[in-house]
Write a protein that binds this ligand. Structure first.
Ligand code: KG4
Ligand code: ZN
Length: 364
């Protein structure tokens, strides 16, 4: 049996500075500590993440996060088997801050270095939280990404579809901006939608008429803008109820698209006849209760388990990087000081890159 490994994880690819310690074996690990310092307030005045500000904040805060994570776990660097760091994809300045810090720690401690793909961190989270067996189907749905992945191993990902333009989180954030709600938009839109009528505005369900698992969300944003402007022209403004109804209509459209495309992705996945079928979801949008419920229904239609990690492990964090690092290190991966920070790094290099593929978003 494999010996338990203790891995330090470092994450700085967007606007969360994070460090964590994870201990265990592949498919059976525990989070010893997980420190996440968000930067929402630093970017609040700019309507989005400013890469320069993010990179500087990471550089200032990363070492403190690592010290805190070690303290909380009651460990020192000497207790660590390897240091795992996000080496991409993401905002390059932030990724470079993390990689430089990890190299410094490696130089000082002599510990092995493991470069991790941020998306692999998200995609392997169901192994950390629920010991999910390979192969499972993962819907990664965040502010910068939206893709279906068949996860067969720590380095074996097949992308079977994804957005051809915006990511749903981006669309939620834009919707919030259009309706004067606070950022991040997802939680504000979800809250408003609670008192709204999802049927009043019948917003489009893009690409549902097209075969396959690809999705599109940019038209939905435009449709929402038109619906809002039509009310403004008619009534010289929008009421709270109008706003709630727009939010509910928007959320229902996103939810319908994700559910129907998940149905198609599940059909493809089930062809591989997995013994313990699993539909897993990760990324900030997976926090949305009505989207979660719709996806859970789809999983059950196929007799599959639905795995949705707790919110703290769904959004950006370093425990997922430590765990992915654990799987890679156990499989023999070790990087040296030539490890490079990469702004782009698709998980599945064999599938053609999609136009857009949520690349407009800073976050992954
Ligand atoms: O995973 P995440 O923290 O960052 C990355 O994109 O990696 O996801 C952030 C995105 C934002 O666009 C935010 O609006 C969205 O997830 N989000 C939600 C909800 N909570 C966060 N979208 C819909 N409903 C939510 N409850
Ligand atoms: Zn992410």
């Amino acid at each position: 049996m494999m010996r338990a490994l203790t891995i330090l994880g470092i994450e700085s690819s967007c606007d969360d500075t994070a460090a964590a310690l994870v201990r265990g074996t592949t498919g059976g690990a525990q989070v010893l500590s997980s420190v996440v310092e968000g930067q929402t307030s630093l970017h609040a005045d700019f309507g989005g993440v400013v890469p320069e500000i993010a990179a500087r904040a990471h550089a200032e805060r990363l070492d403190g996060c690592v010290v805190q994570a070690l303290d909380q776990a009651g460990l020192t660097l000497a207790d660590v088997d390897a240091i795992a760091v996000t080496a991409g994809p993401g905002l390059i300045g932030g990724v470079m801050s993390g990689v430089a810090l990890a190299k410094g720690l490696v130089a000082g401690s002599g510990k092995p270095l493991v470069g991790v793909n941020h998306l692999a961190g998200h995609a392997l989270t169901p192994r950390l939280t629920d010991a999910a067996e390979y192969p499972y189907l993962m819907l990664l749905v965040s502010g910068g990404h939206c893709q279906f992945l068949l996860v067969r191993g720590a380095q074996e990902f097949t992308r079977i579809g994804g957005t051809i333009d915006d990511a749903p989180g981006e669309a939620f954030d834009k919707t919030a901006r259009l309706l004067g709600l606070t950022q991040p938009g997802g939680p504000s839109v979800e809250l408003e939608a609670l008192t709204g009528d999802p049927k009043r505005f019948r917003l489009p369900r893009p690409l549902l008429d097209r075969a396959g698992c690809d999705m599109s969300f940019s038209g939905l944003k435009t449709a929402l803008l038109r619906a809002r402007d039509a009310i403004v022209v008619k009534k010289d403004g929008i009421t709270r109820q109008d706003r709630a109804d727009l939010c509910a209509g928007f959320q229902a459209a996103v939810s319908d698209v994700l559910a129907e495309k998940s149905r198609r992705a599940m059909t493809l996945y089930m062809e591989a006849a997995p013994t313990q079928p699993v539909l897993a979801v990760a990324g900030g949008v997976a926090a949305n209760k009505s989207i979660r419920a719709a996806l859970e229904t789809v999983a059950h239609e196929f007799g599959a388990a639905f795995l949705s990690p707790p919110l703290t492990l769904c959004t950006d964090n370093a425990a997922m990087i430590a765990y992915a690092g654990l799987e890679l290190f156990a499989a023999g991966q070790q990087d040296d000081f030539t490890l490079a920070a990469r702004p782009r790094w698709p998980l599945d290099t064999s599938s053609p890159s999609m136009l857009g593929s949520g690349k407009k978003g800073a976050k992954a």
